[in-house]
Design a protein around this ligand. Structure first.
Ligand code: SF4
Length: 365
């Protein structure tokens, strides 16, 4: 039997009414979940034993089942199974205090980022992406997205416990960069973000610590502005001109570059957020110097930061990663042109834990 999600406020209210529970009990249950980072009713010791058992009969906190978990010093990858048997993935990334200057993994934990999935598979079919090759199965529900954070917070609590100030370690940044195109699941993503931002019965995250990565679905970028959801945007750009983008990303044909520019200007004006542009480095495809100059011309006057992402090699796709010298030369042209640029760390890629590689194991099977 599938239990009801505890986040279903209506069902929880009905449960409480039937048992004549005081209203503060519901508050207490949500405090146990969001503040104390408990996902098992038996851990919720501020509630009576009878209530814990009763809740456990009817509700579940995390609506996904953990299938597998793989840990490294800097990342933990989790495979979740949905109630209807699909597999999705999330990755926790541990940032150490001096990671910019000192790669010592024993350095004090500074902040924690969680990369979550928004769909099972992805319908976008980008040429370079393993997740896209899996095809699209369905959208994730609000509670399936929130469950990824609830599980991660409980896992982090068990692994690291309390910080010096007495508060529990928890996810500080959420990025929608796992499986799926989040803006194609707009309504559920919006509802999940509401819970992330909420102080009560929510994660109290700052809007600046939530990032939606999108392949530029223009109507939904406009909707974000209209709905006043001022989270950060990472645009999967990957090419500085329409011809190359059409080849790499089928969706580009539907939404031309100049229309995207207009939509993004509206977004920047409304949110005052800098936009992150993701640019994949594929040997002899996207890493040519003339493309770097085009990228400078495209982004120079914008509130922009470019992330160069070395292509993640895998046997299912016939493309090759740019070599380090080409990446550095490309980066230099961008910086000389006045752009701020980061080359994404290669560790996650080696572990097949990086963007565009979620679903890798399934595909090679
Ligand atoms: S890169 Fe992103 S949008 Fe494109 S297929 Fe992969 S998951 Fe979907």
């Amino acid at each position: 039997m599938i239990k009801t999600s505890i986040l279903d406020a209506g069902k929880l209210q009905a449960f409480a009414k039937e048992r004549k529970l005081q209203p503060f009990r519901i508050k207490q249950i949500y405090q146990e979940i969001f503040n104390n980072q408990n996902i098992d009713f038996s851990q919720m010791t501020t509630l009576s034993k009878d209530l814990r058992e009763d809740l456990d009969k009817h509700f579940s906190v995390v609506t996904l089942k953990v299938d597998k978990l793989l840990e490294d010093k800097t990342t933990t990858k989790i495979w979740f199974q949905t109630h209807d048997g699909y597999m999705i993935e999330a990755v926790i990334i541990f940032h150490r205090q001096d990671e910019k200057y000192n790669k010592n993994d024993e350095e004090k934990l500074n902040r924690i980022t969680l990369c979550i999935s928004s769909q099972v598979g992805c319908p976008m079919g980008c040429l370079f992406c393993v997740t896209g090759k899996l095809g699209f199965k369905r959208n994730l529900t609000r509670d399936e997205m929130v469950s990824q954070i609830l599980f991660a917070n409980n896992y982090i609590k068990q692994k690291f416990g309390k910080q010096e100030d007495g508060s529990l370690y928890s996810v500080r940044n959420v990025v929608f960069m796992g499986m799926g195109e989040p803006l194609l699941n707009y309504d559920n993503v919006k509802k999940a973000i509401e819970i992330m931002l909420r102080q009560e019965a929510g994660f109290s995250l700052s809007r600046r610590h939530i990032t939606i990565s999108t392949a530029w679905i223009i109507p939904w970028i406009k909707q974000l502005v209209k709905d006043e959801i001022p989270v950060k945007l990472a645009i999967s750009l990957h090419a500085p001109n329409q011809t190359l983008r059409d080849k790499l990303m089928p969706i580009a044909k539907a939404y031309p570059l100049d229309e995207l520019n207009k939509a993004l200007s509206e977004y920047v004006n409304a949110s005052d957020n800098r936009i992150f542009y993701e640019y994949i480095m594929i040997k002899n495809v996207t890493d040519k110097p003339e493309l770097a100059h085009q990228l400078v011309a495209l982004l120079r006057k914008k509130l922009a930061h470019v992330n160069l992402i070395p292509y993640n090699k895998n046997p299912a796709i016939d493309l090759v990663e740019s070599d380090a010298a080409s990446i550095q030369a490309f980066k230099k042209i961008l910086e000389d042109g006045g752009l701020t640029v980061t080359v994404r760390d290669s560790l996650w890629r080696k572990m097949k834990w990086a963007c565009g590689q979620l679903g890798y194991e399934k595909l090679i099977k």
